[in-house]
Design a protein around this ligand. Structure first.
Ligand code: ACO
Length: 351
């Protein structure tokens, strides 16, 4: 039986550290409020005009490739998970391929648009391609340059203080050792509350879901409007979040999907060596830990240092946990994510 293993892992964090005190100068917020509600002390921001989601993804990918002991030319599929792509289209998959100079093989590149659960979704896609024997070296990247798309005025404070930039990547390969690798992945989605955690404008929706008036769409026969004057005037061009709904749903869905993975493999919470939850909010992770009955040393939290890096958060945390010697061969690792969509998922890996 072929299993998919993580052959190499790496992450990249931009150098610039942005403590809460820096945000206090830009908007009506406080270090105490941010820490109390989210656990975040600081986050990283990339260098505008010099770094992007693609370049950060490439830096993480280079490390993962080196640690996998392969050459970048060996990569035969790229999967790129992000919600802050360089361009609306084409996706970061092809941009990272060019950035890394690996276009010669014309290997496929695919973007995954599942926000906070993008990496777990990507892992599942890679696992399927590898187990069917179609690809041998799949490069999966999760990267975000949120800082380019946040509202640094008072209006954006509930969202802006949470997010940070960064990237993580893995190289996935087949292994004939059925005792290790990805044991199972579990994916879910429910679009009922799609707009409650969303980046809606500019977009091609034409007011379809929420009404044309709200966005100032003039009645006309041909579309042709991606960004209306009203959107701009109202500054309705940034992400929005219903924090309380996200919180309530997340603390239900995280434990649910972790239990689903454990049950599918006849395992228990006590078997988990390390839970790597998507770093949404420290309070959410603490809630999940408590409801699963996990000890502190079984859960990896780094949101205090990096904020929420969405699709990058799981691979950054996994990479950091592995680098620090907290994940060793044979350990049971559980990845879990929840985010915009809503979408959520989990993966169990025998390291
Ligand atoms: N600084 C100071 N005050 C703020 C800030 C801020 N940055 N943001 C909001 N407030 C104010 C609000 O305006 C409100 O003021 P009011 O009472 O005068 O109206 C007050 O704080 C309370 O606002 P709430 O939104 O009710 O605050 P809440 O206690 O729900 O905390 C938070 C907000 C932290 C966003 C919380 O809802 C939460 O953690 N939700 C989960 C969201 C999350 O984790 N998102 C991560 C991204 S999604 C994902 O990765 C899954």
């Amino acid at each position: 039986m072929i299993r998919t293993v993580i052959a190499g892992i790496g992450h990249y964090l931009p150098e610039r550290v942005v403590p809460n005190s820096e945000l206090e100068k830009l908007m009506d917020t406080s270090d105490a409020w941010i820490q109390e509600r989210t656990g975040i002390k600081e986050r990283r921001y990339g260098v505008p005009h010099k770094e992007t989601t693609t370049t950060m993804g490439a830096r993480a990918a280079e490390k993962a490739i080196e640690r996998a002991g392969i050459n970048k030319e060996d990569v035969d599929m790229i999967l790129f998970a992000t919600l802050s792509p360089d361009y609306f289209f084409p996706g970061c998959g092809v941009l990272v391929q060019r950035e890394m100079g690996i276009t010669h093989k014309e290997a496929p590149a695919m973007d995954i648009r599942n926000q906070c659960s993008g990496f777990v979704y990507g892992l599942s896609v890679a696992d399927a391609f590898i187990r069917t024997g179609q690809y041998k070296n799949v490069l999966l990247i999760g990267a975000e340059m949120h800082s380019m798309g946040l509202d640094f005025s008072d209006r954006g404070r509930n969202v802006t203080v949470i997010f940070g930039d960064g990237a993580g990547a893995v190289v996935l390969q087949p292994s004939a050792d059925s005792g290790r690798g990805i044991l199972s992945t579990h994916l879910h989605a429910d679009g009922t509350h799609a707009e409650e955690l969303a980046f809606i404008n500019p977009g091609c929706h034409g007011g379809y879901h929420l009404g044309t008036e709200q966005f100032g769409y003039p009645q006309q026969e041909y579309g042709g409007i991606f960004l209306t004057e009203k959107m701009w005037q109202d500054q309705n061009i940034f992400p929005n979040m219903n924090g309380q709904l996200v919180f309530k749903t997340a603390v239900t869905k995280f434990p649910e999907v972790i239990r689903e993975a454990l049950q599918a493999n006849a395992l228990n919470p006590s078997d988990i060596r390390m839970l790597i939850p998507h770093q949404a909010n420290l309070r959410i992770s603490q809630f999940v830990q408590k409801s699963m009955g996990l000890r502190d040393d079984q859960v990896w939290n780094n949101i205090q240092k990096y904020g929420n890096t969405t699709a990058a958060s799981v691979p950054i945390a996994l990479s950091e946990a592995w680098e620090s010697g907290n994940i060793e061969k044979g350990d049971l690792v559980c990845l879990a994510a929840f985010g915009s969509g809503f979408t959520w998922g989990s993966a169990l890996i025998r390291w």
